[in-house]
Design a protein around this ligand. Structure first.
Ligand code: GGG
Length: 367
């Protein structure tokens, strides 16, 4: 990286639970980059989720959305706090991330599931099934059943209640996320598997049709296959290395990526990038966050795994700033630290050295 003059504007939103602890470790990496790679960050911090509810009475303020638009990228921690479980839906901490995705139009959530050599034994599957696993799940994030109307809980004439959510996808929403998946596949092993439930869902039928059309029109060089979501869950556990890029809707992507995380050893290992459309000014809104939530059961104990947060920063460097060498350095540092035997509790195995959040973060920076 050559000497860079204009500071890179990052909005940093640590959130709830373990969010602030793991963000501190990503901060160490940012400080290292400033010191050693001639880059300057202009960091703005703000509250989201339960932390924002406690201070401002809302999970996210409009001002935070505006700050996100004004930034080069958003680095997000995690949201969720059991204290706010019994409030109305619009007062849940999780609304913060859903609203950020919606307002910034962040429609493509890239969730890589990669097995580090040192962690093959930490996987829930046998080492020979997961060694070298490297898949990319592309999850649609602003449509589908999370946002479709009608939705709500209504009381029926007999006094019983009915909860409603609706799965809705338009051709445009499917086309743009399919393009992201095909583009990514071209830079990888050139294979896309599109996942839906077209045997029982109209939206799944349209999903399959539209992905097939986009493929036929623009990406004939990429190998395309289709799979039902239930079969995909089974295949991910049976033989995950058959996949390269998976593209799917909001709900299936959420479920399948959590499943895939266990193939890598822990939910604490998986980073993500959520990308929007390139704007007229050439900027592309983007948010980077671990796929895991706030883990309130271990918050404040200094034991959370900071790797997903640090790898999310590596994705930010790669996708928003085109700092490929620096992203590679971070990923290699994580691999080396794991190879040296350091483990947080979630990836601990016999004979390894158990460490807390800060020691893991420091070791990655030192490496
Ligand atoms: N870092 C991810 C996070 O905080 N997740 C909490 C959550 O509930 N997210 C909903 C979603 O990813 O759709």
């Amino acid at each position: 990286m050559s000497e860079q003059k204009t500071p890179i504007k990052l909005l940093v939103l640590p959130g709830d639970g373990v969010g602030p602890e793991i963000m501190q470790e990503a901060n160490r990496v940012l400080a290292w980059l400033e010191k050693n790679r001639g880059v300057t960050f202009d960091l703005t911090y703000d509250l989201v989720g339960g932390a924002s509810l406690a201070e401002y009475g809302v999970p996210i303020r409009d001002e935070v959305i505006e700050k996100a638009w004004a930034s080069d990228a958003v680095l997000f921690g995690s949201v969720g706090d059991p204290k706010w479980t019994h409030v109305g839906f619009d007062k849940r901490p999780e609304i913060a991330i859903l609203k950020l995705r919606q307002e910034l139009g962040l429609f493509a959530n890239l969730r890589p599931a990669k097995v580090f050599d040192a962690l093959v034994d930490a996987s829930t599957l046998r080492p020979e099934v997961v060694r070298g696993l490297d898949i990319m799940i592309v999850r649609e994030t602003v449509g589908g059943i999370y946002f479709g109307e009608p939705r709500g809980i209504e009381t029926l004439a007999d006094g019983s209640r009915r909860g409603i959510n609706t799965e809705v996808y338009t051709t445009g929403e499917i086309e743009r996320v399919a393009r992201v998946a095909f583009d990514l596949a071209r830079k990888r092993s050139n294979r896309v598997c599109s996942v839906e439930k077209c045997n029982v869902m109209e939206s799944g039928l349209l999903w399959k049709e539209v992905v097939t059309d986009v493929h036929g029109r623009e990406f004939k060089d990429v190998e395309l296959s289709h799979m039902l979501a239930d079969n995909c869950a089974m295949q991910l556990v049976r033989n995950p290395r058959q996949f390269d890029v998976l593209v799917t809707g909001n709900l299936f992507g959420d479920l399948l990526s959590d499943l895939a995380s266990m193939l890598t050893g822990s939910l604490g290992m998986l980073p993500s990038a959520t990308l929007g459309a390139v704007q007229d000014n050439g900027k592309r809104p983007a948010l980077y966050e671990p796929i895991h939530g706030s883990a309130p059961d271990i918050a404040g104990q200094g034991v959370a795994n900071p790797i997903a947060q640090i790898l999310s920063l590596a994705m930010l460097l790669r996708y928003s700033l085109d700092m490929q060498a620096e992203a590679d350095l971070i990923e290699q540092a994580v691999a080396n630290v794991l190879a040296s035997g350091l483990r947080t509790a979630d990836i601990m195995s016999e004979g390894m050295a158990r460490v807390g959040t800060a020691v893991m973060g420091e070791a990655i920076v030192r490496e």
